[in-house]
Design a protein around this ligand. Structure first.
Ligand code: C5P
Length: 329
């Protein structure tokens, strides 16, 4: 560790949004085990904040906020019956992101302390881990003045997970390949969703395995981006969008977690225009006509016992720096 880094007191905080999939078309598994996707990503106003500073060794702290914080309880979500928590050691995707960035630049003698203020549901189908990885890439790039190009950041992001490039990009985007090839899409809407979190996470690989078991893989077509949905987005037409929402992982997730059907039923009873599983679940998304409607639907979901339902706008920007404390003294 060089003297300069030991005495470096800079801290950078970067914010990354959760993602949802307005369309998630899944094909038969590829030779590498991943599934080809044609997906429409949207970044929603639910965020993790990642703060980094140079440190002698890699460390990760997670503080649970927003949806995940229960003001009447203390301790980690696991202590409150929320099953999935973030790994804190070397396995943490933020640490992997930091190491990948350094390896890309051929640097061996730096490490960082990473603090994640987490509002995105863990194992919720909203790319919370991917958001942390994307935020860490940008935060460390800034902290250490590495000047990594956007193309290189996107390529590094793709090595960390299928959703990580979209977390960098934000907005509304088409995703192909295994989800890592992203292209911005025309979207003139100001959309409102109610996100209904769930205390028990779902394992993404398990949902994909169940998809395979439930599908006639030999006759599955190559997934394609849906023209009608792209048109609804370009026109900002919420009723057309409601008709085009689709997620091939919804049935497998419901097969694993039949209890989620009650959340869908409550969403329709609350007046949502449409209900959709978020990614591989178990978070459920309720499409609303506007902000007022989202407030009404949220209140109805709280009334129905879904205390962690929250209204969020979309689309929002991808990863962005929210604070930068320069060197002190
Ligand atoms: O890319 P990521 O690490 O997010 O993927 C997590 C898991 O989800 C993979 O290990 C794989 O089991 C499954 N997956 C898949 N096809 C994709 C994306 C993810 O099978 N396109």
């Amino acid at each position: 560790m060089s003297e300069a880094t030991t005495h470096d007191t800079r801290r950078v905080t970067v914010r990354a949004p959760a993602k949802i999939n307005l369309h998630l078309g899944v094909g038969a598994p590829r030779p590498d085990g991943f599934h080809p996707l044609a997906t429409v990503y949207q970044a929603v106003g639910l965020y993790d904040d990642v703060t980094v500073s140079t440190w002698d060794e890699w460390s990760v702290q997670v503080r649970y906020e927003g949806l995940l914080a229960d003001p009447s309880a203390t301790g980690r979500p696991a202590d409150r019956g929320i099953e999935h928590t973030v790994p804190l050691g070397e396995d943490n995707i933020a640490v992997r992101a930091g190491r990948a960035l350094l390896a890309h630049h051929g640097i061996v003698d730096l490490a960082a302390a990473i603090t994640i203020h987490k509002s995105i549901p863990v194992a919720g189908g909203m790319a919370g881990g991917s958001a942390d990885a994307a935020a860490t890439l940008v935060a460390l790039d800034r902290l250490w003045d590495l000047d990594t190009s956007d193309d290189d950041l996107l390529a590094l992001a793709a090595t960390l997970g299928s959703d990580v490039p979209f977390s960098l990009l934000g907005g509304t985007a088409g995703g192909t390949g295994r989800g890592e090839l992203v292209e911005p899409l025309a979207d003139t809407g100001s959309w409102w969703w109610v996100v209904v979190g769930n205390d028990l996470g779902l394992s993404t690989p398990e949902v994909y395995r169940t998809f395979d078991e439930m599908s006639d893989l030999a006759s599955l077509p190559e997934p394609e981006l849906p023209a009608e949905l792209l048109d609804a987005l370009a026109r900002g037409d919420v009723h057309a969008l409601a008709e085009q929402l689709a997620n091939d992982l919804q049935d497998p997730a419901l097969a694993l977690r039949p209890d989620l059907q009650a959340t869908f039923d409550d969403g329709y009873d609350a007046g949502a225009l449409e209900c959709l599983l978020s990614g591989s679940g178990p978070s459920v998304l309720l499409l609303c006509a506007d902000a007022d409607h989202a407030r009404t639907v949220t209140a109805a979901m709280h009334e129905a016992g879904h205390g962690r339902a929250v209204a969020v706008p979309a689309p929002v920007s991808g990863v962005h720096v929210v604070s930068y404390d320069g060197p002190v003294g």
